[in-house]
Design a protein around this ligand. Structure first.
Ligand SMILES: Cc1ncc(C[n+]2csc(CCOP(=O)(O)OP(=O)(O)O)c2C)c(N)n1
Ligand SMILES: [Mg+2]
Length: 697
């Protein structure tokens, strides 16, 4: 049907016109940008159209409605599909918390696709594009996030719904492609979702048999349906992406499947309508080209020269579909929530605060204070204690571990387990799926839970891509990372982190904290819980660390500044600075005592977080590390990479330059130079050098 026939359009014709509008907007934006991925939007337009127009419980006028269905475009390269939908549906812009009186995406934004400062970046970015529920592009992450969102959805239902008050009850839809299916993180996420029998989760797999390099069969031949049935999913199939009735049937089937997640496998044609590029990888990642654009438009019955054309009636059609349904849903919900707020003011208050990433009153009450103890205990132990206190104060602090809760000390006592059918538990068991856990934690954090996950620090390598996305999205996911160095001993170099501290410190927005004793752990948690826009890696020891005597040395509250003077030279006039983190802090204190006894005026700086220290004003930083004091030694059982920034060119960084070794803790620490004697020797060396380089005037 041609655009010129629009005056007589009936329902089905209006469907086709709308779908082709999605397609042509996507084609035109990619062509104008001379960059992007037109093929997937052309193939998938009817799928997203059907879902949004008929099923998605989403109010374009209130994209921050807490009980909205979520739509995730895990194949983020198809970003124009999402941007076209946001524009055509009239989704309003919103900050993270408030709706703004402007569209999320205007037609001008679409014309600015992939340009500097636009709201239409190459891949959908949470925070940049209102309406993008998460940042996608690295394949597999979006479907991983969707599992966390589905977990959060079930948890919220279990915690906050009351008879007659179904405050929460939303679905999570994730669109994905062959690439998502191939990525390991997708498999971990699918396995976990199947185990948890999450009935609110629907993945739509675009089985178009094409990937970036060529036909999918070059690298992908497994039976996806059988695989997902094996995971415990309901699997259904739509043989033609253009068949709206079949699509609606599949979404109905999902809605009626209440005991497990659903995978809808859809056969689509990448580049649908492009005579020379359809069903080939040529449609995947480059503009169609002016001539081919015209041919595709002709195929759609479109004026071949029209650009960014939105035919009359299309916008209204979306308003009559998703717009009206969404408006009715939120109006009803607002009324329900108003009554709920009267009947259950405490619960409503929790929901309101959670949505704004605020903390409950008294979030820091009953925090322990640890007395001095030369033997002390591991920071993972003190963390477990603190975590259990704050979990009592913050009801929506929810998390778990990748099968290492016993070692990570992340169990919340008496808080129940989150399992299939018992979704109120606050202890998640992610299984040995670090990457899946990382992606799920982001989904939970995006649903506004305070989500934490634990593993061995070394295995952050297995979830780093998800950690990076938390940092990019600026969401406050919490990582509890124990067994932080060679100090774990006998497990050896396969388990001993070396470069992970430096690597995570290099990640923008990632806060890294490595507290030096139990009281620094308490202070670290105070900082962590107040973070709203940064993820944090809390790096903890397996081995016992002395609890430092705070009546003799400075209070641990200095942790809030990232680094602080723990022990100073007489009169505050040091000639030498020792900088320590984590398990090496007490080593610095021992060396300091000895140096003082030898008449050397030393200072110890505790530096649990360079990320936070770097943000302090120069005056503070200079008061902790006075520029004129060149004799500096840093001590950290991790890579020395990056420490020169704090030790200066004349300083010495004691740390790791090789992998570790399997041996008892004491032997390993000695072999790699983490002894008071070695620190003292290095200190005397730098001091001698600093003294000799000061020329008499
Ligand atoms: C983790 C990751 N690896 C590689 C890429 C680069 N990449 C983007 S799309 C794509 C092919 C994806 O194929 P498919 O999911 O089938 O998408 P389609 O071509 O069908 O749209 C690749 C390799 C990526 N975005 N993320
Ligand atoms: Mg494909």
């Amino acid at each position: 049907m041609a655009v010129s026939d629009q005056a007589v359009l009936t329902g089905k014709q209006l469907d086709t016109l709308s779908i082709n509008t999605i397609r042509t907007l996507s084609i035109d934006a990619v062509q104008k940008a001379n960059s992007g991925h037109p093929g997937a939007p052309m193939g998938l337009a009817p799928v997203v159209y059907c879902l949004w127009q008929q099923f998605l419980r989403y109010d374009p006028a209130n994209p921050v409605w807490p009980n909205r269905d979520r739509f995730i475009l895990s194949n983020g390269h198809a970003s124009m599909l999402l941007y076209s939908m946001l524009y055509l549906s009239g989704v309003k812009a919103a900050s993270e918390y408030e709706v703004l009186d402007q569209p999320a995406i205007s037609l001008d934004d679409i014309k600015q696709f992939r340009q500097l400062g636009s709201r239409t970046p190459g891949h959908p970015e949470y925070r940049i594009t209102p309406g993008a529920e998460t940042t996608t592009g690295p394949l597999g992450q979006g479907i991983g996030n969707s599992v966390g969102m589905a977990i959060a959805g079930k948890w919220l239902e279990a915690h906050y719904n009351r008879p007659g008050f179904e405050i929460f009850g939303h679905n999570i839809y994730a669109m994905c492609g062959d690439g998502d299916m191939m990525e390991g993180v997708g498999s971990e996420a699918a396995s976990l979702a199947g185990h948890l029998k999450l009935p609110n989760l629907c993945w739509i797999y675009d089985a178009n048999q094409v990937t970036l390099d060529g036909p999918a069969e070059w690298s992908f031949s497994e039976d996806v349906a059988t695989r997902f049935r094996g995971y415990g999913w309901n699997v259904t199939h739509v043989g033609d992406a253009n068949d709206l009735d079949a699509l609606a049937g599949a979404f109905d089937e999902f809605a009626n499947t209440n005991d497990r997640p659903t995978l809808v496998i859809v056969n689509s044609h990448i580049g649908y309508g492009s005579p020379h590029k359809q069903d080939t990888s040529a449609a995947h990642g480059e503009p169609l080209g002016e001539d081919e654009v015209k041919l595709a438009k002709t195929f759609y019955g479109w004026p071949e020269d029209a650009k960014f054309l939105v035919p009359d009636g299309v916008l209204q059609h979306f308003q009559d579909g998703i717009g009206r349904r969404g408006r009715e849903l939120t109006a009803k919900w607002n009324d329900l929530f108003a009554r709920y707020s009267q009947q259950f003011p405490d619960l409503a208050d929790q929901i309101n605060r959670m949505q704004r990433r605020e903390l409950p009153d008294g979030w820091d009450k009953n925090l322990p204070s640890f007395p001095p103890d030369p033997k002390g205990f591991a920071t993972r132990e003190s963390c477990g204690k603190v975590l259990n206190v704050v979990a009592q104060n913050i009801p929506w602090l929810v998390g778990g571990s990748a099968d290492l809760a016993t070692s990570n000390k992340t169990n919340l006592n008496g808080a129940g387990d989150f399992q299939a059918g018992s979704y109120a538990g606050r202890n998640l068991h992610f299984g040995v799926r670090e990457h899946g856990m990382g992606a799920a934690l982001n989904g939970m954090a995006l649903s506004r839970l305070r989500a934490f996950g634990g593993t061995f620090f070394n295995f952050t390598d297995y979830m780093r891509p998800a950690m990076r996305l938390a940092a990019l999205m600026e969401i406050p996911t919490i990582y509890v990372l124990t067994h932080d160095s060679i100090g774990l001993g006998e497990d050896g170099p396969t388990h001993q982190p070396v470069e992970q501290l430096a690597s995570l410190r290099a990640m923008p927005h990632m806060i890294v904290m490595r507290p030096g004793d139990a009281n620094e752990v308490v202070e670290a948690w105070k900082v962590i819980l107040q973070l709203q826009h940064e993820p944090v890696s809390l790096v903890l020891s397996r081995q016992a660390l002395p609890t430092i005597d705070r009546s003799k040395y400075a209070a641990a509250s200095g942790v809030a500044k990232g680094g602080y003077v723990l022990a100073d030279a007489p009169g505050g006039k040091p000639e030498l600075i020792l900088i320590g983190t984590g398990s090496e802090l007490s080593l610095c204190v021992s060396a300091y005592e000895q140096l003082n006894a030898d008449g050397i005026r030393a200072r110890v700086v505790s530096m649990p977080s360079t990320s936070i220290f770097d943000k302090q004003e120069d005056a503070y930083k200079n008061s902790v590390l006075p520029p004129e004091i060149k004799a500096r030694v840093s001590v950290e059982a991790g890579s020395t990479f990056g420490w020169a920034k704090y030790t200066g060119p004349q300083g010495i960084a004691i740390g790791m330059t090789t992998f570790g070794a399997s041996a008892p803790l004491k032997d390993v620490m000695k072999k790699f130079g983490f002894t008071a004697e070695h620190v003292i020797q290095a200190a005397k060396e730098v001091l001698a050098q600093a003294r000799s380089s000061v020329r008499p005037t």
